[in-house]
Design a protein around this ligand. Sequence first.
Ligand code: ADP
Ligand code: ZN
Length: 224
Amino acid sequence: MSRNANRIILLGGPGAGKGTVAMTLVDRFALQHLSTGDMLRAAVAAGTELGKTANGFMSHGALVPDDVMVGLIQERVQQADCRLADGTPRFLLDGFPRTMPQADALDRHGLGPDVVVYLVVKDEILVRRLTGRRSCPKCGNPHHVEFAPPLHEGLCDRCGTALVHRVDDQEAAIRKRIDLFHSQTDPLVQRYAPLLVTIDGEQSQERVARSVIEGLRALEATGS
Ligand code: ADP
Ligand code: ZN
C-alpha cells in the first residue's frame, strides 16, 4: 500500500461483522488483531481487577469507562507484537475507539489510524444477528443459530470449543448497545471521513471480505 496501512480501525455497530472482517484482514495484511471485547472477556474469565470492573458494565450492554479502555489499549500497543522492527505501531483495532475521548487519546499518543473500515448494517438486522449469535469463547469465531449454524451442534467449527450465548446478546442489552453505538460511536464516522472505506455489511460474509480487500487495494492504487 503506497499509503502505509499500519494502523486500521474497524467501525460498525454490535453484530456488524467486525470480528469476521478482522480475521480476513489479519490473514491478508499480517497485523496484530486487538479486539477490546475479547480482551475484556478474557479479563472477566481470568477474574482480574480489570475483569471485575468491566463485567458490571459489559453484562448490561453499557460501555466500560474511557480511562479504563484507554489504559488497556495504551499498555497493549507497547508490546513488540504491535510494532514493526523500527518501532512503528502496527495493529488492527476492533471495538476501539468507541467514543470521541477514546479517539482523542489515540491521536494524543501518536497512534491514530491510517485507514478506517466502516461496516454499515441496519439496526433491525443487527438485532436479528445478535439474538441468534453463538460465540466461541476460545477463538472468537462467531456462529448463528439460523444464518451460520455450526456443523456440530453447539461446537465451534474452527476449534471445537462449546459455543456460548453471550449475556450481552440478550434483547435488552442488545438494544442498549445499539443505542450507545448511535450516540457515542456514530460521531467517529464524521471524524474519520477522509480515512473511511465504507462497506455494505449486509452482503454475504464472502462479499464483505472481498469488498474490504478491494477497498483497501483501491486506496493503494490511488495512494490517497
Ligand atoms: P460488540 O461489538 O458485538 O458490541 P464487543 O465484543 O466489541 O461487542 O464488546 C463487548 C462489550 O465490551 C461492549 O458492549 C462494552 O461493554 C465493552 N467494550 C468493548 N470495547 C469497548 C470500548 N472501546 N469502550 C468501552 N467499552 C467497550
Ligand atoms: Zn473456536
